[in-house]
Design a protein around this ligand. Structure first.
Ligand SMILES: N[C@@H](CCC(=O)N[C@@H](CS)C(=O)NCC(=O)O)C(=O)O
Length: 216
């Protein structure tokens, strides 16, 4: 069984969904419940995947690792289709994810409200530019993978929900919205979101019980 270190709703959700799509069992471990997470990833970031004695990091690398290991129809074995799928995977993980990360970074590090608003607007513009390009491509085909979803479609669906945490206007485009609605409806996507939320609720209930017991 794999162990997946995650944060609820973070990019680790894509690894989680992918594991379920591949029919794999996964033990979920909330990063915030681990005292020495830096020993697993000195960068402090999820996802971290443990497969036996291997500790694997970086979301795109995990996707390629899992798709190389388990039979699937999400990534062609060779040829132009594979090259395009990997390019799209990197577009998602190395361009769209970092564009969204700017929103989190600015919010964590800028305390002056006017400066923060200016920074967030600039970050939102670069996010919107990426969605415009992706929306254009999805006007030609339902998924970045063509007729079938690809890993990039899954990653983009996870990232797209992050905009709602910030006071910015992010425009996904109607083709992107259609693709995202389709991926969000995957039974594995629904199952992964529910499992992450259930674990958080359980941990909150446990923490409340412990706090109550300590107060007695
Ligand atoms: N390049 C890394 C970036 C991972 C990343 O930024 N993860 C975020 C969540 S989406 C994170 O763990 N941030 C630190 C935190 O949540 O404490 C990857 O693709 O795996």
């Amino acid at each position: 069984m794999y162990k997946l270190y995650y944060s609820p709703g973070a990019c680790s959700l894509a690894t989680h969904v992918l594991l379920l799509e591949l029919g794999q069992q996964v033990e979920l471990i909330n990063k915030n419940a681990v005292s020495d997470f830096a020993a697993l990833n000195p960068l402090g970031a999820v996802p971290v995947l443990v497969d036996g004695d291997k500790v694997l990091r970086e979301g795109a690398a995990l996707v390629l690792y899992l798709l190389g290991k388990h039979t699937n129809s999400l990534l062609a074995a060779e040829g132009v289709a594979r090259e395009q799928a990997i390019e799209n995977l990197m577009l998602a993980n190395a361009s769209v994810h970092p564009a969204y990360s700017k929103l989190f970074f600015l919010s964590a590090h800028i305390s002056d409200a006017a400066s923060l608003a200016t920074g967030l607007q600039a970050a939102a513009q670069s996010i919107n530019q990426l969605w415009r390009v992706i929306d254009g491509r999805l006007g030609q085909q339902p998924y970045l993978g063509g007729a079938q979803p690809s890993p990039a479609d899954l990653l983009l669906t996870v990232y797209a929900s992050w905009g709602e945490y910030f006071p910015v206007a992010i425009t996904l485009g109607s083709n992107v919205e259609r693709m995202i609605a389709s991926v969000r409806a995957w039974p594995t996507f629904v199952q992964a979101v529910a499992a992450e939320q259930a674990q958080v609720s359980f941990q909150q209930a446990l923490a409340a019980e412990l706090a109550e017991a300590a107060a007695l």
